[in-house]
Design a protein around this ligand. Structure first.
Ligand SMILES: [Zn+2]
Length: 248
């Protein structure tokens, strides 16, 4: 039987890349923006097993230390944090890749969501991440971001590439964070391609308004990366606004 090839990075230009995941990794998209001094990882995967695969893939593109952003408080987007925290904590000098730890960023409301509902999400990864599901074994603790974004956007200089972390209000969750890179917007599950939008923790009317706004941001961000599925554009966001509006 032919083996399914491992997902490969897609180069989006301007230093941005996206790594699609397999079905047992929830098809979640992992983003990477590479500067000259640091690289920024968008979402950390479903647990330590997935995170190890992600790091191996990252290291095919860059040896730089990582900053991690979690786009929201759902398991497929932050359960890999402990693995990246452990990687970043390796002492400097043992390996040039580790120079003083990994920073974790998220929307303040997302961090609250991880704290309140993180443990109850472990059952979701019972199949592909048994250690994470049980909460036993290395890198299975919930690591919550300590660097918070609230109303004000935060600009991070990765060296030659500046990314902006910002909130557009409530939508897919109450703590959605956007990651704007040159020409590319990583939108988390505010955008979803190839599957219907997920309303579990959503605020549909506000979400539709956010999507309409994204629909007008195509000049700044010709490429928009959904949390799941293929990269899309502003016109896709505008169409998705209608779908979400119908549920409001
Ligand atoms: Zn997701």
């Amino acid at each position: 039987m032919p083996q399914t090839p491992a997902p490969a990075w897609l180069d989006l230009g301007g230093g941005s890349h996206v790594l699609p995941s397999t079905a047992d990794r929830a098809l979640v998209n992992i983003g990477l923006v590479i500067g000259t001094g640091r690289a920024l990882l968008v979402d950390s995967g479903t647990g330590p097993r997935h995170a190890a695969e992600i790091l191996a893939a990252v290291r095919t593109l860059t040896p730089l230390p990582l900053t991690v952003v979690n786009t929201h408080a759902h398991w497929d987007h932050f359960f890999g944090n402990a693995f990246f925290a452990a990687e970043g904590a390796k002492p400097a000098g043992t390996d040039a890749k580790h120079d003083g730890g990994t920073q974790f960023w998220a929307h303040a409301a997302a961090v609250r969501g991880m704290w309140v509902a993180g443990e109850s999400q472990r059952a979701a990864v019972a199949g592909p991440e048994p250690e994470m599901a049980a909460g036993t074994g290395p890198c299975t603790e919930l690591v919550l971001p300590t660097h918070l974004v609230r109303e004000e956007p935060v600009r991070l200089d990765l060296g030659g590439v500046v990314v902006e972390l910002f909130s557009m209000g409530r939508g897919h969750t109450d703590g959605d964070l956007m990651v704007g890179a040159p020409g590319v917007l990583f939108a988390g599950d505010v955008l979803e391609e190839g599957a219907p939008p997920q309303f579990e923790d959503a605020f549909p009317a506000e979400w539709a308004a956010v999507l309409m706004q994204l629909g007008r941001m195509g000049r700044q961000y010709p490429v928009m990366v959904p949390g799941h599925g293929r990269p899309v554009d502003a016109a896709f966001a505008a169409r998705l606004a209608r779908v979400v509006e119908a549920r409001a």
